[in-house]
Design a protein around this ligand. Structure first.
Ligand code: SAT
Ligand code: MN
Length: 588
């Protein structure tokens, strides 16, 4: 399929190590995809679902010990430990390669090695980059076909000499103790062994499009961020785009596909989705930041997705979708998950493969991190700019985490550098997207803690430097949809009603609305958040817009500790200055 010697050599070396019986190049053709689906069904790797209700849809179950990203086994291999920084696990490239190779040696014996040429971004765009993933998993192939642009045209775009990101994946024994996801940023290489779970094995996603790409972006002067991208069309037809960073499983997919409340729809507002997870961002000739979504599908969290919370995502999963670790409804050969509807199936199989009765069982049927892999083109609100080679210009960047208290519903930074500070101090409660405890508050700067391919302090510096290159920067905001009463109950309705906050943000970008200056930045006046059609008291709104100086003084102290004791060095002076200002403002 190619004359590119580097590609041929990579495939040859991978095969020499893993010794597969057969090598199959993925050309992206429908016939090949069909044949692979049939093979996966014949071995039980996938279950073909009801083709009338869910055409071209399949169900897959991972091993029970392999259901999420493994941050403690995700490694950045650089020569110097200090260059990986305090947010990453580090190994030297020598040690990393040796470990992965020793684990993978001979492990494809009796199996087929698939070679997947793929593009992150539209093939042929200056934004895009090509990867080659070798894998012994048909599930990986079929997911990559949805999540990226796969096929011969990627090899053609590479030409005889082009460079690419090398991805080696072998399932091995799905052994937790020998599971490693290793990145070699200097070599554009990724090795993944002993896992079959999406985030660990779809190497185009977090491994390439965030960890390797963030490293490349710093060298080449652009940014790879854990951000959704959405567009809002105003009644007069003008469009504004925003990119928003939230940690995994904090509602990026829901926000990206938001349906505005009736009052806004009637007035003519529309929201379109450009991406739900990753943004590659460059400075345009006009001095603005332009963003593309390098992916071609959605790897969304299933539980909680329903006709009310996200009808667009649900619609996207009705065709050509792979479901992972959800409930198999045996009555009609479809799928179910907690929060889909109030009618769990009685005759079903849970995510572990055990018989499950949704009416009587007191254990969950779907894993909390169960997923759908759906083609972007299925999404009813996919943006006409989705395939744009230049992307969309950003009016705003939004940061947001899961915070029960302290952080108000929304605030705006004073300027770019202060916005970088606001991103750097993000904390969020952990979710089921990664292994480990759920609901623990942890620092997650720019929602990138698990995804920065180098030192977090250098990453902050790169953000500050980018600000110098953009003459017309987006405004930077922070939101928190997750404020709670004492315990449990959320104070803001969220979902489609987030449009009310989004509208304020977009109005701020056009200087159409005033704001209150506070210790932490500009906060909306309650009267300026349009509550029409919502049964919600202005007092409650005021309470979640409040900036409590005493709490923020404590927060500032905590941030200082994080900067000093965790990140330690390489923090840009601009961020220390912002911290000093915050401390001073809270003391006043
Ligand atoms: O598992 S993934 O990393 O692909 C999804 C996520 O955690 O954001
Ligand atoms: Mn994500």
């Amino acid at each position: 399929m190619t004359n590119n010697q580097k590609v041929l050599q990579f495939v040859e070396e991978s095969a020499a190590l893993a010794t597969p019986d057969k090598i199959v190049w993925i050309d992206g053709s429908q016939e090949q995809i069909e044949a692979l689906r049939a093979e996966a069904v014949s071995t039980g790797e996938m279950i073909k679902l009801n083709q009338e209700l869910l055409p071209d849809c399949y169900l897959h179950r991972t091993a029970v010990n392999d259901v999420a990203r493994v941050e403690a086994r995700t490694v950045i291999c650089l020569p110097k430990e200090e260059d990986a920084g305090p947010t990453n696990i580090w190994k030297s490239p020598e040690e990393g390669y040796e470990m992965c190779k020793n684990i993978a040696r001979g492990k494809m014996k009796g199996r087929t090695m698939y070679v997947i040429p793929y593009s992150m971004g539209v093939v042929g765009s200056a934004f895009s980059k090509i990867g080659i993933e070798v894998t012994d998993s048909i599930y990986v192939v079929l997911n990559m076909v949805i999540m990226t642009r796969v096929g011969k045209e990627c090899l053609d775009a590479l030409g005889e000499n082009g460079d690419f990101v090398k991805g080696f994946h072998a399932k091995c024994d799905i052994d937790e103790e020998n599971r490693w996801i290793m990145h070699f940023p200097q070599d554009n290489a990724i090795w993944s062994v002993n896992s079959g779970y999406g985030g660990n094995v779809l190497l185009g996603k977090k491994c390439f499009a965030l960890r390797i790409a963030s490293y490349l972006g710093r060298q080449e002067g652009w940014m790879a961020e854990h951000m959704l991208i959405l567009g809002v069309k105003r009644p007069n037809g003008e469009k504004q785009y925003v990119a928003a960073a939230f940690p995994s499983a904090c509602g990026k997919t829901n926000l990206a596909m938001l349906i505005p409340p009736k009052h806004f729809r009637d007035a003519g507002y529309e929201v379109e989705c450009v991406g739900d997870d990753i943004a590659w961002i460059r400075v345009g000739e006009d001095g603005r930041l332009w963003a593309v979504n390098p992916e071609n599908g959605f790897f969304g969290v299933a539980p909680g997705t329903n006709q009310k919370s996200n009808p667009n995502a649900l619609a996207a999963t009705r065709q050509g979708t792979i479901f992972t670790n959800v409930v198999h409804n045996l009555d009609n050969n479809t799928v179910w998950w907690e929060g889909l509807d109030k009618n769990p199936p009685e005759h079903a199989v849970d995510w572990k493969g055990n018989p499950w009765n949704g009416k009587t069982s007191d254990v969950k049927g779907a894993h909390p991190n169960s997923r759908f892999t759906a083609p972007a083109k299925n999404c009813p609100c996919i943006s006409p700019e989705f395939n744009s080679k230049t992307g969309v210009p950003l009016s705003a960047i939004i940061f947001g985490g899961r915070r029960a208290s302290t952080t108000p519903l929304c605030y705006q930074s004073r300027d770019w550098n202060h916005g970088v500070f606001v991103g750097s101090i993000m904390s969020s409660e952990t979710t089921a997207a990664a292994t480990g405890a759920v609901g623990v508050l942890r620092h997650d700067p720019m929602a990138m803690k698990p995804f920065i391919g180098y030192h977090v302090g250098d990453y902050f510096r790169h953000w500050i430097d980018m600000g110098k290159k953009v003459t017309n920067p987006p405004k930077i905001f922070n939101v928190n949809w997750f404020r709670q009463y004492e315990k449990g109950e959320f104070l803001w309705p969220g979902f489609g009603d987030n449009m009310r906050v989004l509208k304020w943000i977009l109005d701020r970008c056009e200087d159409k609305v005033d704001a209150k200056e506070t210790a932490i930045g500009y906060v909306p006046y309650a009267k300026d958040i349009d509550l029409t059609g919502l049964d919600y008291s202005v007092e409650t709104l005021e309470s979640i817009l409040e900036v409590d100086k005493a709490k923020w003084a404590k927060e500032a102290e905590e941030i200082e500790g994080y900067y000093k004791n965790t990140i330690k060095d390489r923090i840009p002076k601009e961020l220390w200055d912002s911290l000093e200002t915050l401390k001073k403002n809270c003391a006043e």
